[in-house]
Design a binder for this molecule. Structure first.
Ligand code: GDP
Ligand code: IMO
Ligand code: MG
Length: 439
């Protein structure tokens, strides 16, 4: 039997519907592996009308026969893990037995959150708009080789000494540079003693578990968080997250050779959204607090319930950006796209698609490398007719209105990648698999 390793990534600025699709496809995998990000993610699963939002735990958890792995590329906040496990276990799910965590996961501890919040305040109107979860500072500690890792919980004598050293270093910055409240060692240590009891039994050699399942011919799913334009290297820097959100991240962040990844599925919203600051050329600017701004931006936000699953912030909405998607297709090596939230556009009379940018008088087909250059870009649009018909829960491609088919075909042509799955509603059942990634 040949195994299939499927990588699911977001192709835009996050919140494309990754959680829904990972959950849908996990009926045929042995395990789902998270490989980057942390509890900045908010992945929504709707099954028979019941909603579950996952932040840190892989989106395979609702299928009882599936295991869930947290790979070394994930920054692990023990408090968030404890909370999410408790919530899921209260619904009767056995999480502890099915969740395995890499020893090499960098920990997010209270001082990372304090630093994240203090840095955002200090940036003033240049704030990134982070989720305030301590993600960036935890990755900084990893790269600076001073971070505490999940495996450090195995030796609490050493852990205590490392914690004291790292905290003293960070508290100096928090107190003297940012003029904020230092983090208490005693309170944090007390919590860490509790976390160690929770986490040590779940520690495992994730690369070896992955290899063992594959050797048995079993499929695996690699679940990305955030989206390609938030990638630390390829995104709209510095308005990005601090990890590689692109498909290559699955290899380094889980511990599997790149040649073992069989199919890269790019989850792509039928329009575009972004939460937090940073360039967004196709934005239809609308503010829900003042009810001022673009009426189509308002409609997309309202019909799509575009509010963050992690922070509750309003998501900025805009037209589909094929320029950004071309880059996404290129750097992820997309085999197929899953187009989500088509139904949100059901009542639009006209639809625009950004097909190129103009930068300093020159037409460009691929996005620039930094946020500064984005500021110099204006989008060029093609306009297509809307379909004014409900597509919710469509169960055959041919049954779609012709305008919707033409819209999908146009996106495929502009991006150069086929749509292999179509999502027309939040529920697991409201999905049409056109080409099965497992075959
Ligand atoms: P993720 O972070 O990529 O997993 O996406 P989120 O869960 O943050 O945001 C996607 C939102 O859209 C969630 O509220 C989903 O329930 C919802 N959703 C997913 N697919 C569809 C769809 O095809 N149609 C509609 N209307 N909603 C969808
Ligand atoms: P999922 O997995 C959308 C954004 C934040 C901010 C930037 C950096 O649900 O798609 P961070 O806290 O990571 O340092 O914030 O990245 N961001 C997301 N936007 N969806 C997400 O996750 C996000 N995770 C982080 O809003 O702009
Ligand atoms: Mg999300």
């Amino acid at each position: 039997m040949t195994k299939r390793n499927i990588v699911v990534v977001g192709t835009q600025w996050g919140d494309e519907g990754k959680g829904k699709i990972v959950d849908l496809l996990t009926d045929r995998v042995a395990a789902v592996v998270r490989f980057q990000g942390g509890h900045n993610a908010g992945h929504t699963l709707v099954i028979d009308g019941k909603t579950t939002v996952l932040h840190l735990i892989p989106s395979g958890i609702l299928r009882e026969e599936v295991e869930c792995f947290i790979g070394n590329g994930v920054v692990l906040a023990p408090d968030a893990l404890e909370k999410e496990m408790n919530q899921l276990e209260a619904t009767g799910l056995k999480v502890q037995q099915r969740l395995k965590i890499s020893d090499a996961c960098p920990l997010i501890l209270d001082y990372h959150v304090a630093l994240d919040v203090a840095r955002e305040l200090a940036r003033g109107n240049k704030a990134i708009g982070t989720t305030g979860r301590g993600i960036g500072p935890a990755y900084e500690d990893k790269v600076a080789r001073r971070g505490l890792r999940a495996g450090d919980f195995k030796n609490m004598v050493q852990f205590k000494a490392k914690l004291a050293e790292t905290l003293a270093y960070h508290n100096y910055m928090i107190e003297h540079y940012y003029k904020a409240e230092p983090v208490s060692f005693d309170l944090l240590w007390e919590k860490c003693e509790r976390y160690s009891k929770l986490i040590v039994p779940m520690l495992a050699d994730i690369p070896n578990l992955i290899a063992a399942y594959n050797a048995e011919g079993k499929n695996l799913m690699f679940e990305g968080a955030q989206g390609t334009l938030l990638d630390i290297d390829h995104g709209t820097y510095p308005y990005v997250t601090s990890s590689n959100t692109t498909a290559g991240g699955a290899s380094g962040g889980a511990g599997i050779g790149p040649n073992q990844l069989d199919y890269i599925l790019g989850i792509t919203k039928a329009y575009a959204t972004r939460v937090g600051s940073g360039p967004f050329p196709t934005e239809l600017d609308y503010n829900c607090d003042t009810d001022i701004g673009d009426p189509i931006g308002k409609e997309l936000g309202n019909r799509g319930h575009e509010f963050g699953a992690t922070t509750g912030r309003q998501r900025r909405c805009g037209w589909f950006d094929a320029v950004a998607l071309r880059r996404s297709a290129q750097i992820n090596g997309l085999n197929g796209m899953c187009l989500t939230k088509l139904d949100v556009m059901d009542e639009l009379t006209e639809i625009k698609i950004c097909v190129s940018y103009t930068q300093n008088g020159e037409v460009i087909m691929l996005p620039p490398a930094s946020a500064d250059e984005y500021e110099l870009c204006t989008p060029n649009y093609v306009t297509m007719p809307g379909w004014n018909t409900s597509t919710v829960g469509t169960d055959s491609f041919d049954a779609l209105p012709i305008e919707a088919i033409e819209y999908i075909r146009f996106l495929e042509k502009e991006v150069g990648v086929p749509v292999s799955i179509l999502s027309t509603g939040p529920d697991r059942s409201e999905t049409l698999v056109i080409t099965d990634p497992f075959v």
